[in-house]
Design a binder for this molecule. Structure first.
Ligand SMILES: Nc1ncnc2c1ncn2[C@@H]1O[C@H](COP(=O)(O)OP(=O)(O)OP(=O)(O)O)[C@@H](O)[C@H]1O
Ligand SMILES: [Mg+2]
Length: 196
């Protein structure tokens, strides 16, 4: 996986496949502690404790199209390469929380990538699901809540093109404001000027 935004896309896909109706994505950097925490929480169908215990094994999947499931094991690999780790907590019938810790100053830290495109893509493809995004770094913060946008739009769907365009522009600006380029994060290929 090239950057963190693609990991986020992948992990949120798991929540969508688990029939979540609400997904919270949080990306919090504590520069002083050299810690970037990415967390994805959903209210989907959850998993049993026994299933969660093996979840980082690539052969642990409920996919029917192929025998391996790579999303969580690749995220764990990316986090561990920096000296971080991931944790998965789930309650059957209630939901799941995936938390990944990264060390942004590590040489193997991946760039954040294009969070604006990831979130816009998710909203465009799943307008019925509510997303709550929170980002923060060094006192700078941003939140996007599709429940609020949905209420303000009344009859207009979330995936109407001008709505998506406005959401994407807002996200691009927020990402530029919040996450300053980081020596350990390097630069991402092909994600425009919002990549860090
Ligand atoms: N949020 C979630 N809610 C419920 N089950 C989940 C969730 N995330 C993962 N799972 C379960 O864990 C399995 C492994 O997930 P993982 O992302 O590693 O692989 P995958 O989704 O099966 O395949 P891939 O990510 O390669 O497309 C999934 O098949 C699914 O059964
Ligand atoms: Mg997956």
């Amino acid at each position: 996986m090239e950057d963190l935004s693609l990991h986020v896309l992948d992990i949120v896909e798991n929540s969508i496949n688990a029939a979540a109706t609400f997904i919270r994505i949080s990306i919090i950097e504590d520069a002083e502690k050299d810690l970037l925490t990415v967390e994805i929480e959903d209210n989907g169908k959850g998993m049993t404790e026994a299933f969660v215990q093996n979840i980082l094994d690539p052969f642990c999947t409920t996919r029917t199209t192929r025998r391996v499931g790579l999303g969580l094991s690749l995220l764990a690999q990316s986090a561990r390469e920096t000296g971080g780790d991931i944790s998965v907590k789930s309650v059957l019938g209630k939901g799941t929380v995936v938390t990944a810790h990264f060390r942004p100053n590590h040489i193997d830290m991946k760039p954040l990538g294009n969070i604006a495109d990831t979130v816009t893509t998710l909203i465009a493809g799943n307008p019925q699901i509510d997303l709550f995004l929170q980002c923060s770094c060094e006192g700078r913060g941003y939140r996007l809540d599709t429940r609020e946008i949905r209420a303000a739009l009344e009859e207009v769907p979330l995936n109407a093109s001008d709505v998506l365009c406005a959401i994407r522009n807002d996200l691009i600006e927020a990402q530029q404001d919040i996450f300053k380029p980081h020596p350990g994060l390097g630069s991402s290929q092909g994600a425009g000027n919002v990549s860090l």
